[in-house]
Design a binder for this molecule. Structure first.
Ligand code: ZN
Length: 300
């Protein structure tokens, strides 16, 4: 690793020495592939790497500042879990990204004439000094019928509650899009929280999570939902392995976990589903990181 790549791990780019090439490694400086490839030796690659590192440091520092209750988990039918940073968490992290928010237009009050239920809507522009990203006219909206204010009295107080919640929602939408915290892979958060007392099992659960029994049932099903063509391969005959759900051994009466085995059982080749899933997740993460690096190189 070069001296400059090490320097770039600091969170505040302001403290980095103002050298020309280092300047390019700030995420706020747009660079094109042409500009990068025009640099001598491996400098282009180094710059991409250090830009990626700055963003990664910021994301990690942000996630460390959040609590499990700040995150809402979503799960696809295939079992992939992503986390959404709720407005409460956005309030904790915006400062380290140098985000400023400028309201645009007036508050709008929308009223249902029949029920007198109402909503407040507002918009703002957002600017992230660290990355140079900007977003425009981002909306926030909250309703008087939502749980957080359903029983608030008197009406004037309720008005204030809904109005403030709309602002928090607008700011949350801005902060999430500027920091990439709309959809974070659960494994990434687990990685960052390793060694702390924060546990992703304490995160709030949203769409895709049923009752506990349904969740356990779904876990058994999940492994069977590995996309066709991505099953593990028998190391002996290269055939695609067959999935066997968890169960209880007929002979020993002991429970066993789900596993994959060669369809021709003569080979006696098998892999525990848990181990196979870990390798898969690691491979997906690698790919995601490569894509992120490519996106940074394109100046996105
Ligand atoms: Zn085989």
């Amino acid at each position: 690793m070069t001296e400059q790549a090490k320097e770039s791990e600091v969170i505040d780019p302001e403290v980095m020495p103002p050298e020309t090439h280092l300047e390019l490694s700030k995420p706020s400086v747009p660079v094109t592939i042409e500009e990068l490839s025009g640099l001598p030796d491996e400098r282009g690659v180094e710059i991409v790497e250090s830009r990626k590192k700055i963003l990664d440091s910021l994301r990690k520092a942000s996630i460390l500042m959040t609590s499990p209750s700040d995150w809402l988990l979503f799960r696809t039918r295939e079992g992939a879990v992503t986390a959404f940073l709720q407005d409460s968490g956005c309030k904790r992290i915006w400062q380290i990204w140098g985000i400023s928010i400028t309201p645009t237009g007036e508050f709008q009050k929308l009223v249902d004439d029949n029920t007198k239920d109402f909503a407040y809507r507002c918009t703002a522009d957002g600017d992230c000094k660290v990355t140079g990203l900007k977003v425009y006219d981002i909306e926030g909206i909250r309703y008087s019928t939502e749980d957080f204010c359903k029983d608030v009295k008197p009406d004037l107080k309720k008005e204030m509650f809904v109005k403030l919640a709309a602002v928090a929602n607008r700011d949350g939408n801005i902060i999430r899009s500027l920091t990439g915290m709309k959809s974070v892979a659960l494994e990434y958060i687990e990685d960052v929280w390793k060694g702390t007392n924060k546990k992703t099992s304490l995160c709030s659960k949203g769409k895709g999570y049923g009752t506990q029994a349904e969740r356990q049932g779904a876990q058994v099903q999940e492994a069977a939902h590995v996309p066709a063509g991505q099953e593990p391969i028998c190391e002996i005959c290269q055939a695609r392995a067959k999935f066997w759900p968890a169960g209880i051994s007929r002979d020993s009466k002991k429970p066993y976990g789900a596993f994959w085995a060669c369809p021709s059982r003569e080979h006696k080749w098998s892999v525990r589903d848990e181990d196979f899933q870990k390798t898969r997740i690691a491979a997906e993460k690698d790919q995601a990181q490569q894509e992120a690096a490519a996106a940074v190189a394109r100046g996105e």
